[in-house]
Design a protein around this ligand. Structure first.
Ligand code: FES
Length: 196
């Protein structure tokens, strides 16, 4: 191969590599841009999340994500609310003295509306996900169990208000995030503004 031919071949290879590299960059840039559109970025920063709870039947629970954490929303039945008063003697902080909730939730039902519980699904021991256990007196949780949340990692128990039992690894009640109602059937998690 002559010197000229060799030089031309090298120019061709350099150009081909540059074009291929450019395609790679464009290809990689699309998901990057997409992942930083305004709504995704706002969510990552913890923007409030609107949740339609109009179809959550009494006794049903849904989970949503806010600030990368699971938030559990439970529509408590009358029987569930009645059971809260029976649990006081086994709870570590029945009055929610340790402030892990907005002021409006420092009560027995730890919520704005008695029937709607909103708590983070994050165990206050080491961060596992507590499991909803709404059966009464299941074999593995004992005859006194009237329903609540059970953490499978180290056995912490919480009642139907997310209040922690005494003598379990979790030191505090489950956290109630700030929230408000935009309407009867719409929750806004992450903001107390606009409560109805
Ligand atoms: S993380 Fe829940 S009991 Fe340890």
């Amino acid at each position: 191969m002559s010197d000229n031919a060799d030089l031309e071949r090298r120019h061709f290879l350099t150009a081909a590599t540059t074009i291929a590299g450019g395609v790679g960059i464009v290809g990689a840039a699309i998901p990057f841009v997409a992942s930083f559109n305004p709504s995704a970025r706002a969510r990552a920063l913890g923007a409030p999340v609107e949740v339609d709870i109009s179809k959550v039947e009494p006794g049903a629970l849904i989970k949503v994500e806010w600030r990368g954490r699971a938030v559990m929303i439970l529509n408590r039945t009358e029987a569930m609310l009645d059971s809260l008063g029976d649990m006081m003697s086994v709870l570590a902080d029945p009055g929610s003295e340790v402030s892990l909730q907005p002021d409006f939730a420092a009560n027995e039902h730890r919520s704005l509306r008695p029937e709607i519980l909103v708590v983070e699904g994050v165990c206050t021991h080491l961060g596992c996900a507590p499991i909803p256990r709404f059966e009464v007196a299941p074999a593995d949780l004992g005859a006194d169990w009237v329903g609540g949340f059970y953490c499978p990692c180290h056995g912490s128990k919480f009642d139907l208000s997310g209040r922690v039992f005494s003598g379990v690894p979790a030191p505090t009640n489950l956290t109630v995030p700030p929230y408000s109602f935009l309407s009867d059937g719409t929750l806004l998690i992450g903001s107390e503004a606009g409560a109805v």
